[in-house]
Design a protein around this ligand. Structure first.
Ligand code: PMP
Length: 368
């Protein structure tokens, strides 16, 4: 007998749904998940091994539940790179920013509450909302993927959500959201009902502009979430973090699992933070490659959405999935995020980007 999920007494809202995840295909050039293409440098690998060896001697004990040393170093990184002073009491860390967001929704969302995001955006926001029993509201964007402030204001006033997501730079479009827009959304959200505004800055290190961290000043209902998965080139580490008023950090303690961040994770993240300067040099290289992808795609006659991230949204295609397959047939995996007419390519190494550009050049030739 075929026994499947739907034969189990699963929650109604999970019936018929599929798990999130990009295809993990074994192809020569993988530019589909916004990873950093550069492996960690060897001296950092050595330092991780050293720190983890140290941590291993104490693995009979639970880890530092409050991850104080890690939060102190993350706070230092944020202060050094943004010029806005935050301390360990302002910072909280978890297993990837996905877990940070989950903890925030467990704290401020949940059954009977709602969250809004402006789509297309990072689809996990809606999926984590569903997983935490939070109602999801899909807010609008303009044709050019910027946030339509008037429409967003109407949606917030009408739905009075408990949580508002603003992703900047946005995934999958690459669009940065100006500080004034975030401020206006914050004001609208507070006027509708005291609600939390979560600024997801997963890609901010790749931005032409600055982090929105200084907006935290005097705004206790604002949260900035960050990750070591992109700029730090450590997607496999699973380390995300947030900066906010200390009361927010206290509030998420109510839902976090005790000892959620393993001693191995904390040791590895601390080692990576010791090598921040080297890792940020790779970011500079990737920003140049991202800009080169934009220039060359435009020169080839593609449309491109202005990008402040380590990826580029390009189009337009009558059927994006057909084009996705044609690029894949040429050994390059990009991402079809389901935005009609558009695909997304992650900036890789110069060689990977050349392979991608060769593939899309061939497609243009085929059409002409
Ligand atoms: N936010 C955004 C906008 C993302 O694109 C991603 C990763 N794709 C994340 C958060 C989650 O990253 P992680 O859990 O690896 O920190």
């Amino acid at each position: 007998m075929n026994f499947g999920i739907d034969d189990l007494p699963v929650r109604d809202e999970l019936r018929g749904k599929s798990p999130y995840g990009a295809p993990q295909l074994d192809v020569p050039v993988r530019l589909n998940t916004n990873e950093n293409p550069y492996p960690l440098p060897e001296p950092l690998v050595e330092r991780i091994a050293e720190r983890v060896r140290e941590a291993a001697r104490n693995l009979n004990r639970y880890p530092d539940r409050d991850a104080v040393e890690l939060r102190t170093q993350l706070a230092k990184y944020l202060t050094d790179t943004s010029g806005y002073a935050v301390g360990p009491a302002n910072v909280w860390a978890a297993n990837g920013s996905n877990e940070v967001i989950q903890q925030l929704l467990q704290t401020f969302g949940g059954p009977g509450r709602t969250a809004i995001g402006f789509e297309p955006s990072y689809s996990m926001h809606g999926l984590i909302a569903r997983g935490t029993g939070t109602g999801w509201i899909s807010g609008p964007r303009n044709e050019d993927f910027t946030i339509d402030l008037a429409a967003a204001g109407r949606a917030i006033a009408g739905h009075r959500p408990d949580v508002v997501f603003v992703t900047t730079p946005n995934n999958p479009t690459g669009t940065a959201v100006p500080a004034e827009t975030v401020l206006a959304l914050y004001e609208a959200a507070q006027a509708a009902k005291p609600s939390m505004v979560i600024v997801d800055e997963a890609y901010v290190e790749f931005s032409h502009g600055d982090s929105l961290l200084p907006l935290l000043q005097g705004r206790p209902n604002l949260v900035v979430s960050r990750t070591m998965s992109k700029a730090f080139g450590a997607a496999g580490l699973r380390l995300g973090y947030l900066a906010a008023h200390p009361a927010v950090v206290d509030a998420v303690q109510l839902v976090r699992l005790p000892y959620h961040l393993s001693a191995v994770t904390q040791a590895t993240a601390l080692a990576a933070l010791e090598h921040t300067d080297t890792l940020l040099k790779y970011v500079e290289q990737l920003k140049k490659e991202r800009d080169r992808l934009v220039t060359e795609l435009l020169a080839l006659g593609y449309e491109v959405t202005a990008s402040d991230a380590n990826f580029v949204q390009f189009g337009r295609f009558e059927d994006s999935h057909v084009t996705w397959q044609k690029i894949l047939d040429r050994g390059v995996l990009v991402r079809d995020n389901g935005v009609p007419g558009w695909l997304r390519v992650t900036a890789g190494t110069p060689q990977e980007n050349d392979a991608f550009l060769d593939a899309v050049r061939e497609l243009k030739k085929e059409q002409s």
